[in-house]
Design a protein around this ligand. Sequence first.
Ligand SMILES: NC(=O)c1ccc[n+]([C@@H]2O[C@H](COP(=O)([O-])OP(=O)(O)OC[C@H]3O[C@@H](n4cnc5c(N)ncnc54)[C@H](OP(=O)(O)O)[C@@H]3O)[C@@H](O)[C@H]2O)c1
Length: 319
Amino acid sequence: MRAIVAPSPGPPEALELREVPRPVPGPGEVLIRVAVAGVNPIDAKTRVGGGAAPFLQPGPASGDGDLAFPWIPGWDAAGTVAAVGPGVVRFGEGDRVFGMIGFPRTGGTYAEHVVAPVSHLSRSPRSLDDAATVALALPGLTAWQALVDAGGLETNQRVLVTAAAGGVGHLAVQIAVDLGAHVVAVASAAGLETLRATGAELRDRHDGDPLAGLEPFDLVVDGVGGAERARAAATLRPGGTIVTLPSASHGDPLGRDDVRAPRLLVAPDGLELQLLTGTVERGMLRPRVADRLPLADAAEAHRRIEAGGVHGKLVLDVG
Ligand SMILES: NC(=O)c1ccc[n+]([C@@H]2O[C@H](COP(=O)([O-])OP(=O)(O)OC[C@H]3O[C@@H](n4cnc5c(N)ncnc54)[C@H](OP(=O)(O)O)[C@@H]3O)[C@@H](O)[C@H]2O)c1
């Protein structure tokens, strides 16, 4: 099968389109014919040897040794089931499925086929094509786990979302609104344009102090980190929660000792994705596809995700 391979940690240009062996599903696994793969910031961080690189395991592109590189990037896939392993009853051949596969171990979705445990998958929403569906995978799980699992969000609470127009942020805004929260979304003016229909209160991050004059928040989903972390934490009520998404910022100064700051690392969960699929089918969640590129342009996709300012989800057309 064709796959994008990073031979060793390096720049985007190092990504190569190669022929590699098609993987075979084992017990409890399915083989997916990938239609669309999602591109996430963690893909680029891992490509240079950071991000999830310490957790990678040998995959279909690896050599005989036990090194994670050569590595097939990608954890998000939407497509159809091409074959099922022994004992699989939840899905059958031809079913449309999607998921965040294997994270933070080797996923390998920048490829024509990928093997996934059924517990990492959901059926795809009928109302979305594969590109919009894949936008729900790692970003949707992150949004849900930040708001609900780590954040303990309750109806009528106040939520601040920064980097609100990004792959995770635009879903976190919509999910929090659907759960009955009052949401303030912070992004650039261009990013805010994509959030007009969400029902959130919108703040331009380049227009003075976007956090001035706001009532205290119960929960902050901080998609920026760094110096922004303490600024965002300052808006919390005592006992509130900040979930900082960039893991490299989990140790950045908070400036508060009266708030919770759980360190989220998103985890695969097919049932949570099935739940988000239901939210989509109710018309309360619309993932936004920022742009689509062919699989062979994975290097360009990495350059764009590294440059920042992507509004919604960048995806690779595979099949
Ligand atoms: N802990 C975890 O498990 C986990 C899971 C998923 C993602 N993450 C991390 O969370 C972060 C966001 O992920 P994502 O997929 O949403 O990224 P993304 O799609 O690249 O979006 C990031 C957004 O940040 C905004 N931005 C760029 N530079 C900024 C700056 N200097 N200050 C404030 N906002 C800025 C951009 O919008 P505007 O320019 O319009 O404001 C952009 O839309 C990444 O660092 C990612 O690695 C962590």
